[in-house]
Design a protein around this ligand. Structure first.
Ligand code: CO8
Length: 263
């Protein structure tokens, strides 16, 4: 890997996009390496992932404008599909992915953060979809995920105006869950990931699936999705241990000692 580093810390994986000379912009190679990194994560021993950018200035400053500048219509569509496929992989990754947004999250940078389950950011973070200023639409899911996350009105304002917003505004509109100083951001992301990793892994995975898949259908279908994933948790060691610990009032037994059961 030239542009991605991966670290494993207990049950938590940390994926860092590391292309500082271009503020971690996403060219084809970076996209391919992100995909390969996620494909290689050991899901038997990893329960949450943190995605961040190298350096103190930028999370991801967008898709690579140099690479895009000469694309034909067909190549543009293919590049959009390439990004969409990778981001969809992150969005549907079996375990939670937390974006630790440590600076610029513009265009494809904002879009990759939105494919993560949770976004937290540093106080110097800047979010935006500047594409219409470059003569294109957002092409890695921005028109779809931003509207779903912050509502159609705010998404349209951000996308049509190409105006960037700072961390405090991103927090106010619900694009990020919390804002930290630069120094505090990565430790906070790892701590949140470790908190998630200490809970019953099958249940956490099923929650992610239920929320994601339920949001795509009407409520009648959504609650059926929940029922199936809820039922799926029963008879697992996690469910027996989790409920058994409560009933036995055994505060010493923590769910985190239960190994993940590969199904
Ligand atoms: N692509 C390529 N290179 C970039 C990018 C980028 N998105 N962003 C920054 N860089 C490079 C700069 O060219 C510069 O390189 P060099 O040192 O060789 O000149 C280096 O990073 C440092 O950048 P700056 O000197 O510009 O740093 P500043 O601190 O002055 O400015 C900014 C930082 C404000 C982030 C500025 O770099 C900027 O505006 N970058 C572009 C941001 C942007 O418009 N992003 C959106 C791109 S479009 C997109 O993401 C669409 C996604 C969907 C694509 C679908 C395809 C079909």
């Amino acid at each position: 890997m030239e542009f991605i580093t991966y670290e494993q810390d207990g049950f938590v994986g940390v994926v860092t996009i590391n292309r500082p000379q271009a503020l971690n912009a996403l060219n084809s190679q970076v996209l391919e390496e992100i995909e390969a990194t996620f494909d290689a994560i050991d899901l038997d021993n990893t329960r949450a992932v943190v995605l961040t950018g190298a350096g103190e200035k930028s999370f991801v400053a967008g898709a690579d404008i140099g690479e895009m500048s000469t694309l034909t219509k067909a190549e543009g569509e293919a590049f959009g599909k390439k990004g969409n496929d990778v981001f969809r992989k992150i969005e549907t990754f079996p375990i939670p992915v937390i974006a630790a947004v440590n600076g610029f999250a513009l265009g494809g940078g904002c879009e990759i953060s939105m494919s993560c389950d949770i976004r937290i950011c540093s106080d110097n973070a800047v979010f935006g979809q500047p594409e219409v200023g470059l003569g294109i639409t957002p092409g890695f899911g921005g028109t779809q995920r931003l509207a779903r996350l912050v509502g159609a009105g705010m998404a349209k304002q951000m996308i049509y105006s190409a105006r960037n917003i700072k961390a405090d505004e991103a927090y106010r509109i619900g694009l990020v869950n919390a804002v930290y100083t630069q120094e505090e951001l990565l430790p906070a992301a790892k701590k949140l990931a470790a908190t998630i990793a200490a809970n019953a892994p099958i249940a956490v995975r099923n929650c992610k699936k239920a929320i994601n898949e339920g949001l795509e259908v009407d409520m009648d279908k959504a609650i059926v999705i929940e029922e199936k994933l809820f039922g799926d948790c029963f008879e697992t060691e996690d469910q027996k241990a989790g409920m058994g610990n409560f009933l036995e009032k055994d505060k010493e037994k923590k769910l985190k000692v239960v190994p993940f059961q590969n199904k």
